[in-house]
Ligand binder design. Structure first.
Ligand SMILES: *[C@@H]1O[C@H](CO)[C@@H](O)[C@H](O)[C@H]1NC(C)=O
Ligand SMILES: *[C@@H]1O[C@H](CO)[C@@H](O)[C@H](O)[C@H]1NC(C)=O
Ligand SMILES: *[C@@H]1O[C@H](CO)[C@@H](O)[C@H](O)[C@H]1NC(C)=O
Ligand SMILES: *[C@@H]1O[C@H](CO)[C@@H](O)[C@H](O)[C@H]1NC(C)=O
Ligand SMILES: *[C@@H]1O[C@H](CO)[C@@H](O)[C@H](O)[C@H]1NC(C)=O
Ligand SMILES: [Cu+2]
Length: 610
């Protein structure tokens, strides 16, 4: 599929010109090992059945699923001509973990750096791979990547610290898998019929987009195994029977080797490990992934949370069933030390905190909040607001709307973000445009971060850096990064369901330095095709950018003192009254923790409609 720009003399595609230009630039500046490829990506529906249970419509590229793994080398450039052939859905592509330094408009976040590419639309992503490591790409539009539009990216590093220490490379994606379309699942999730916000539970787990994968290995050989969780909800435990691993990369950051027998990998996280195979070929070994069931409110009948692959030393020998594990004891990433030994940013210029909460709004559905605000997509993508209201007004958070959780960062400041989790589940948070130093992470139920509890000397001298970090249930973490990448970057939970429930903040970094950004015309065309404005504040107002009349809003708040439990009670007793089925009034008594109310719910709500 990939075509080298230089080998394309017959082509008259406009991007051939861009490719040629890149080649000329490359010759001029003599980084000629770097390669520019131009690829056409036709995003469309295909049928797939990766868990052997159920054929379902799945989003593929160029008629294929799994979608291609992007294998490049540091310095390579890829021009992706994306055609949306879905017919009934808009789309986008985000390149997870790439900083997009100077190319904020290529970040792919719908409503932030672009409008969704409408059905039938065309959009070019021009990506320079400047960071080595393991990344991935996925749709950043309404839960869609869980329908299949997600794949691994590997940026090879010829000067990497472990070059020469391994013989071969293996890339393994890990994911959860659903049998229903994301749009339908989102509708079920954010719904008066689901007042406790119970998330849809995946049907199965996949390794490399399949099950029972056989990985041929040679004895006495060291592999660099790259794990990337491209799932949408489930974190997974990973272990390999009879083998141990040495972690050497976390989210694109090379680390000093750290021994691990079991990994815990949330959606969007990556680990590379060195795996040395055994000296004899007398046995094959299971590689097992187990979804973290603590996240699931209910385990549906027949669901298997586990998926097995095998290291196959000898194809003629049996593939052993994995041994049950008594207790999951996963490697703790907190102690990882980056090879570059970047010290802690010990002078903080701007510190702020975000508190996570889940609650119901007036429509009865369950939403997610940062500091009492549930994210609601603005009418104008925030980047376009930044570029159209003038440099001074672009530094005023008001123009980005009242429901976008916008924070403005001054260029080069060291930012400290304190995340307090008021919810009892783990959440993996991702920051676009950066990785960050993890200076503190509490245990479960440790509550709100209190700076007085820790002295500066309690922080690691060389903290781990990564771009996706989980916070423990009712715990907290503290991260730091330098605002050295002008742009509009999201910070959000990477559990896709929680993102859809609004667990998103917008960081506008050095907007004055962004003003010269040149956004290609086909980006604005995507907006026009969808009749979306491309200038003005969050409400599309350009005359008075402080007037947010008409901006998108979430449903209103519930009256004070109204709890989810009360809502469940009210909802079901109302339905009961309506249907004259007084017998179900007992629902009013149920504990809010008992989230499985699905059985009778179906019957009731069907008659209520929406
Ligand atoms: C979109 O089209 C696909 C493929 O024809 C179909 O399976 C799917 O149900 C459609 N989705 C919606 C939301 O209509
Ligand atoms: C994983 O799948 C990709 C195709 O998507 C394939 O190229 C690769 O060889 C597979 N990896 C293994 C270890 O089988
Ligand atoms: C999945 O693996 C875990 C750990 O070995 C085990 O406790 C659990 O029973 C397994 N689940 C299934 C459905 O096999
Ligand atoms: C972006 O590039 C500038 C130099 O052009 C550099 O100073 C800065 O550190 C980079 N930011 C990131 C996040 O890579
Ligand atoms: C900022 O916005 C206000 C209100 O729209 C406008 O009057 C003012 O001219 C703007 N300032 C700049 C520097 O563009
Ligand atoms: Cu979350």
């Amino acid at each position: 599929m990939a075509q080298k720009a230089a080998l394309l003399p017959g082509s008259c595609h406009p991007n051939w010109v861009a490719g040629m230009l890149a080649l000329l630039l490359c010759m001029r500046f003599s980084f000629c090992l770097a390669e520019t490829t131009v690829r056409d990506f036709r995003i469309g529906w295909v049928m797939a059945n990766p868990d052997g249970n159920f054929d379902r419509p799945t989003i593929g590229i160029n008629g294929q699923w799994p979608i291609p793994q992007l294998m490049v080398t540091v310095g390579d450039r890829m021009i992706l001509n994306v055609h949306n052939d879905l017919g009934n859905a808009s789309t986008s592509l985000h390149f997870h973990g790439l900083f997009q330094n100077g190319t904020n408009h290529m970040d792919g976040a719908v409503g932030v750096t672009q409008c969704a590419i409408p059905a039938g639309g065309f959009f070019t992503y021009d990506i320079l791979f400047e960071q080595p490591g393991t990344y991935w790409y996925h749709s950043h539009a309404e839960g869609q990547y869980m329908d299949g539009l997600r794949g691994a990216i590997v940026v090879h590093d010829p000067n990497g610290p472990y070059e020469g220490e391994y013989d071969e490379e293996i890339v393994l994606s890990i994911s959860d898998w659903y049998h229903e379309l994301s749009v339908d699942l989102i509708h079920q999730l954010i719904n008066v019929e689901n007042p406790t916000g119970a998330e849809p539970v995946p049907s199965s787990a996949l390794i490399n987009d399949t099950q029972n994968l056989k990985i041929s290995v040679k004895p006495d050989t060291t592999y660099l195994v790259r794990f990337v969780n491209i799932g949408g909800f489930a974190a997974q435990y990973i272990w390999i029977e009879g083998h141990s691993m040495r972690v050497v990369e976390v989210d694109g950051v090379w680390t000093e080797p750290a021994h691990a027998d079991m990994l815990y990998i949330t959606p969007a996280q990556r680990y590379s490990v060195l795996l040395t195979t055994r000296g004899d070929i007398s046995k094959n070994f299971a590689l097992v992934c187990a979804m973290d069931e603590d996240l699931f409110d209910v385990i549906p009948d027949g669901q298997n949370s586990n998926v097995t692959a095998w290291l196959v030393y000898d194809a003629t020998r049996p593939l052993p069933e994995p041994q049950p594990v008594e207790e999951f004891e996963a490697f703790d990433d907190f102690g990882l030390v980056p090879v570059d030994r970047l010290s802690i940013f010990d002078h903080v210029d701007y510190s702020f905190s975000l508190t996570v909460e889940m609650d119901n709004l007036r429509d009865g559905a369950n939403y997610a909040f940062f500091n009492d605000v549930t994210y609601t997509q603005p009418k104008v993508p925030s980047l376009y607001t930044s570029l159209s209201v003038g440099a001074t007004n672009a530094s005023n958070p008001i123009v980005y709307g009242t429901h976008t959780n916008t924070y403005i960062f001054r260029r080069h400041d060291v930012i400290e973000l304190i995340l307090n989790n008021g919810d009892d589940g783990r959440h993996p948070f991702h920051l676009h445009g950066h990785n960050f130093q993890v200076v503190h992470r509490s245990g479960e139920n440790d509550g709100v971060f209190n700076p007085d509890d820790l002295a500066a000397s309690d922080f690691p001298r060389v903290p781990m850096r990564r771009d996706t970090l989980f916070v423990e249930g009712n715990g907290n973490f503290v991260i730091r990064f330098r605002a050295d990448n002008p742009g509009v970057w999201l910070f959000h939970c990477h559990i896709e369901w929680h993102m859809d429930q609004g667990l998103i903040a917008t960081f506008v970094e050095a907007p004055e330095a962004l003003q010269s950004l040149q956004v290609p015309e086909n980006h604005f065309e995507a907006c026009r095709a969808a009749r979306k404005p491309t200038v003005g504040n969050a409400a599309g107002n350009i005359v008075n950018v402080f007037d947010l009349k008409g901006e998108n809003r979430p449903p209103g708040r519930l009256p004070e003192g109204f709890t989810a439990k009360g809502y469940v009670a009210l909802f079901f007793s109302t339905v009961a009254a309506l249907l004259g089925m007084a017998t179900i009034a007992w629902y009013g008594l149920i504990d809010p923790d008992i989230k499985d109310i699905s059985a009778d719910r179906q019957l009731l709500v069907n008659s209520e409609g929406d």
